[in-house]
Each structure stands twice: as C-alpha cells, then as structure tokens.
Design a protein around this ligand. Structure first.
Ligand SMILES: Cc1cc2nc3c(=O)[nH]c(=O)nc-3n(C[C@H](O)[C@H](O)[C@H](O)COP(=O)(O)OP(=O)(O)OC[C@H]3O[C@@H](n4cnc5c(N)ncnc54)[C@H](O)[C@@H]3O)c2cc1C
Length: 464
C-alpha cells in the first residue's frame, strides 16, 4: 500500500485520526510502538486506544455539560472512539463509562481490519522529514522522539510535566471583595485579580495546606526532576509559615482600595484565555486532592463561590506549547507537513485527545484530497477546544486543559446559570450544522462507525 499519511501513536487520538483518514479514502501507516517490545509506564496491553486509568468518558449530557456536548459533536462527525464507547457502555448514571477491554479491542479490530490502514508495530525516533504526518504519541511519548520534537520546537516549548494551578470562571469571583491591580500599580496596567487576606485568614489557610489530604506520587513520578522548578504550594508551605508570603502570596505593592493598605497576604489570579473568561491562581500548582482544593480554596476571600474550570495537579505529561507552535489547523508552523494531535497538544482527557485526533484526521484528509476545510466555529465544543489550543490560551502560562464552557465565546445575555448552559449548547448545535453544511461535498459526510456491523464503506470519494 502506498501510504499518503503517517500517523505516529495508536492511542485515542492516533486511532481516531487514522479512522477519519481511512474513511475518507486516504491510505494510512499507523506506527504504534506497543507490540514491538516497547511500552510506556502506564499502558498494560498492546491494544490501540488503551484507557490507562479510569474507564470514564465523563458526562454524556449534551444539554448541560461541555464534554457531553463534545461527545455529541464527535458522534455527528462519525467518531470511532465514541462509537466503540457507545457499543461497550457500562452503567454509570449520566456519564459515559465503558468496558475498557471491550472498548479497546473494538477500536483495534476496526482499525486493523480497515483496508486503508496498515498498523506497523514500531517505535518512531524522529519527526518525519517529508510527507503528511500526524504525531499523536501522547503524554508518555518515547524519549527519543521527544528529543527530536524538542530539536524542532526548541526545548523551552516542550514540557515533560504539567504543573497545573486551578483555573476559575471569572464570573464566579466576588469582585466586591477582590480588586484588579498589578504590583506597584500606577493605574496603567491592572492585570491581576487580587484576593486579600488578613493575618488570621492567612494562618488558617497555611494550616489548611499543611493538613490537607494530598495525592501520592506514583513511583515513576517520584523519580522525576521537576520538583524544584514548579513546587507544589503545599510543599512550599512546609518550608515555613512565611514562605508563601515571600513567594506567590506576597502582598507588597498591592494597595487594597478598601483599606488603602497592603493586605497581610494576597492570592493573585491571572487571565488564562484571550476571552477573559478563565483565570488561573498564580503559583498554586498542587497535589492536594480535588475535594480538598475546592474546600480550601473557597475559604480564600472572594472565592467563596468559585467555580473551577480545572483543579490543580502535577503529572508526568509530555506536551508542546501549541498556542506558540501550531497554526489554526494543528500544523507545526515550522514544518507544516506535520500535525500534532491528542494530549501532546496540551488538551487533557480521553475525549479531548480523541476530539483533537478527529480534527487532525479531518484536516489532513481534506489536504490529501485537495479540498481544504475551515476549522469548526468557536461556538462549537470542537472549535472552542481547538481555538484554545492553537491560540486562545496564553502561551506563557500554557498548561493542559479539559473542554469547558469557559473556552466558548461568552453568552452576551444576562441569563441564569442553568439557562446559560442550554444557550451554549443550542448555539453550538446550530454552528456545527452550519459548518457541516458549508463543507465541500467531498468531505461533508463523515464516516459512519458501525461497531457491531462490518466495516462501513468509505464515506468520502477515494483520492484521485
Ligand atoms: C497515567 C495517566 C493516567 C491518565 N488518566 C486519565 C483518565 O483517567 N481519564 C482521562 O480522561 N485522561 C487520563 N489521562 C490523560 C489522557 O487522556 C490519556 O493519556 C490519553 O490516553 C491521551 O490520548 P493520546 O492519544 O494523546 O495518547 P495515548 O493514548 O497515550 O497514545 C499515545 C500512543 O503513542 C504510542 N507512542 C509513544 N511514543 C511513540 C513512538 N515514539 N513511536 C510509536 N508509538 C509511540 C504509545 O504507546 C501510545 O499508544 C491520563 C494520562 C496518564 C499519563
């Protein structure tokens, strides 16, 4: 078979991209190192799309939840991952959870039996110099390939660990308590939201950090060299009661407009996306358990009703600085024959990884067929996620992100929370339908994954 596209990595993203391409009639070589004697620290089988931890694709509620909406959009675009997930669903309330073995066996079988895909069990050690390619090697990309990526992107644009500070929806911050200012503010730039603390509040908060329940490091995370570079806030707290007051919670140069004085300590939030809907807690990367983070961080003045778009964490995670490196179509700006997909782009989660794989597959298929397509609109879950990765996020503070409504253009009307979600989802449905209708006819119809039936015929005309 003459391959038109080389996909590296047969995880959630690589399998989905391969399916989208193959169903478009494009011939794919899918290189997966598991099964060749290689593995990662988290995988246990040589199946494609193995779920390395939980068996949940999270909420399946397409009316009120951003990941549920992403499911629905992926289904309408013929996602193999969603089709296999649906076929191997296990009871989990409103969530979509799957039988992990049945699921990854089904994905492997569909990909292996597709006439347009060759699975090659091999480790790839360098970025392809020519030909259309998609790199989907995930958070545990093999070291040799990571070196090659770092050589192309510059090592400062490739991270090996995420150090995530919690991210909060702007509208849930109480601005009657907090105020906007930069340190030593002269009234020109007021870039930070500041949450003031009294001495009593700070001491209680410091004690909360010491006492809070932490997530244990895995053995292979413990031996990692990142610790000094991005220290968890609770580890800094152990070093002394004032360490944080001289670090990220330093109050100097911040006059509280209510008192005209510097508070005893301050928590600062910095804008995290171009829309200004999401704000991250500066220096608050943490291994505190999620419930503990919510409880403790809501004791911070101004954050009593905070809604978290993302909670903090630290993990082994290879990802590139996509807002800086990729164009709007997931192409590497310095080598546009290469696309990136999946968690290595800095999206987070099984579903998001597969969604970015779906888009990379669709864009590459359109290129191979000579009918380029526009990105999905930002009002859709796919478009919002893509827009965040490829430019909406702040490149300076870029860290992996799940899909959430904070990535969508805000709803202008003043509406109640429950109604706002319905507005987001109805607007997304209309926008996706308009986008699909406007696609060139050769790429309008997506694949139709019929997991229990035989492999469907290619939905697109084969490449000439
Ligand atoms: C330990 C851990 C637990 C996680 N738990 C969850 C969770 O519970 N829920 C959730 O939603 N997300 C979770 N994630 C995050 C993420 O969603 C998953 O990692 C997801 O599998 C990412 O999909 P992917 O396709 O980008 O990468 P992967 O699914 O990891 O696929 C990448 C593939 O590339 C292969 N590969 C790597 N390097 C090479 C190479 N050089 N040549 C050839 N092949 C190569 C790998 O063997 C792998 O099969 C977790 C991540 C980790 C690391």
């Amino acid at each position: 078979m003459r391959h038109e596209v080389h996909i590296i990595g047969g995880g959630l993203a690589g399998a989905e991209a391969a399916w989208q391409l193959a169903e478009a009639g494009v011939q794919v070589r899918l290189s997966e190192m598991r099964g060749s004697g290689e593995t990662t620290a988290a995988h246990h089988t040589d199946r494609l799309a193995e779920l390395v931890c939980s068996n949940s694709f999270r909420s399946d509620d397409a009316e009120r939840n951003a990941v549920g909406l992403l499911h629905a959009e992926m289904r309408s675009l013929g996602s193999l991952i969603l089709a296999c997930g649906d076929a191997h669903k296990v009871p989990a309330g409103s969530a979509l959870a799957v039988d992990r073995d049945g699921f990854s066996e089904a994905v492997t079988e569909k990909i292996a039996s597709h006439p347009n895909i060759d699975i090659v069990r091999e480790r790839v050690d360098a970025l392809p110099l020519s030909g259309l390619a998609i790199v989907a090697t995930g958070p545990l990309t093999a070291a040799t390939l990571a070196q090659s990526i770092g050589a192309e992107t510059g090592s400062d644009a490739l991270a090996f660990f995420d150090a995530i500070a919690p991210i909060i929806h702007r509208e849930s911050i109480d601005m009657d308590i907090c105020w906007m200012a930069s340190r030593w503010d002269k009234g020109e730039t007021k870039d930070y939201i500041n949450c003031p603390m009294t001495k009593e509040q700070y001491l209680a908060f410091h004690q909360g950090l010491l006492d809070g329940e932490k997530t244990e490091f895995r053995e292979w995370e413990e031996s990692t060299p990142y610790f000094e570079g991005c220290m968890p806030i609770e580890v800094a707290a152990v070093r002394g009661v004032d360490t944080l007051r001289y670090g990220p919670m330093k109050p100097v140069g911040l006059d509280d407009p209510k008192t005209g004085r510097w508070p005893y300590a301050v928590v600062q939030l910095r804008q995290d996306n171009a829309l200004g809907t999401l704000w991250n807690m500066v220096g608050f990367q943490t291994k505190l358990k999620h419930a503990e983070q919510v409880r403790l961080f809501r004791t911070i003045p101004g954050l009593a009703n905070a809604r978290f778009a993302r909670l903090g964490g630290l993990h082994r995670n290879t990802f590139i600085n996509s807002p800086r490196l990729l164009d709007a179509f997931l192409r590497l700006k310095s080598a546009p024959h290469i696309r990136f997909a999946g968690q290595i782009t800095g999206c987070e989660g099984y579903v998001e990884s597969a969604a970015v794989g779906l888009l990379a597959g669709r864009f590459t298929a359109a290129d191979a067929l000579g009918v380029p397509i526009p990105p999905p609109p930002p009002e859709t879950a796919l478009g919002a996620l893509l827009g965040h990765i490829t430019g909406g996020a702040d490149a300076e503070t870029y860290q992996p992100m799940n899909v959430n409504f904070g990535l969508f253009p805000p709803i202008a009307e003043r509406t109640k929370k429950a109604e706002r979600k319905a507005l987001y989802t109805s607007r997304a449905r209309e926008a996706l339908a308009r986008w699909q209708a406007a696609l060139p006819s050769r790429v309008r119809e997506g694949p139709r994954a019929e997991v229990d039936g035989s492999c469907p015929a290619p939905a697109f005309e084969p490449a000439p």
